[in-house]
Ligand binder design. Structure first.
Ligand code: SAM
Length: 223
């Protein structure tokens, strides 16, 4: 599915970037900047077309984006990365083979864990890849979000990603898996992304767990 949607999905994100309304990137990059030092190495796991990777590299981080979809990886590599510490390469789904232990100071895993059959296994791999006290920024599909429930009821038949989502979590579900994999909490969960994004006065509502369709957890490798 991600291969087939590569063109249209990337066009949509690029339009948001051009209009200054790519709110997902704004939320993620603010979280990263608040907890990671400039120049640190960030792994963007499941980077898609690499737009957020590029923005993080422009913010001064050394970024590696990895992605299983060849079509999305092509899109990522078409970007102008000159002068930036930014590279992309392929990984097998749910795997981090080829990446070495302690290779990064932070991992961003955005809008991905919901699609992964064995989330615990992937989080244990992340633990290995992080340097001591390295940070993990991970978003999860928020089971409490009323917008999410409405969208699944209304568009579930036509939007294929709903069929592929296996892990729709409450914050405590996410923490059960994260704790087992050796992570501790760094910051409160931040809820974000909903149709309210389009309306400046309403977008503040996203921060309520019953609204934002995604939850963002900032965790740290416990050593
Ligand atoms: C909704 S997109 C999110 C892309 C990007 N991280 C973002 O936040 O915009 C989901 C991404 O996860 C990747 N993905 C899906 N299942 C995966 C798996 N099992 N292992 C690694 N990546 C996966 C897809 O190829 C796609 O790039």
């Amino acid at each position: 599915m991600f291969d087939e949607a590569a063109e249209s999905g990337t066009r949509q994100v690029d339009a948001q970037l051009a209009a200054g309304t790519y709110w997902r990137a704004a939320v993620l990059i603010e979280a990263v900047k608040s907890a990671v030092s400039p120049g640190d190495r960030i792994l963007d796991y499941g980077c898609g077309a690499g737009r957020i990777s590029l923005l993080m590299a422009r913010a001064g981080f050394a970024v590696t984006g990895v992605e299983p979809s060849n079509a999305l990886l092509r899109k990522a590599n078409e970007q102008n990365c000159s002068g930036l510490r930014l590279r992309f390469h392929r990984v097998a789904p749910g795997r981090t083979d080829g990446l070495v232990p302690s290779c990064c100071d932070a991992i961003l895993c955005s809008s991905l864990i919901e699609f992964v059959p064995d989330a615990s296994d992937l989080l244990r791999q992340f633990h290995e890849l992080l340097s001591p006290r390295g940070k993990l920024f991970i978003s999860f599909a928020n089971r409490l979000s009323l917008w999410r429930r409405y969208a699944e009821w209304r568009f579930g038949d036509v939007a294929p990603h709903f069929r592929l989502q296996r892990n729709i979590w409450l914050e405590r579900d996410a923490w059960r898996v994260l704790s087992d994999a050796g992570f501790t909490k760094v910051a409160s969960t931040k809820y974000f992304e909903s149709p309210f994004d389009k309306y400046p006065l309403l977008s503040a509502m996203n921060r309520f767990a019953c609204v934002g369709t995604l939850g963002l957890i900032t965790a740290q490798r416990a050593d």
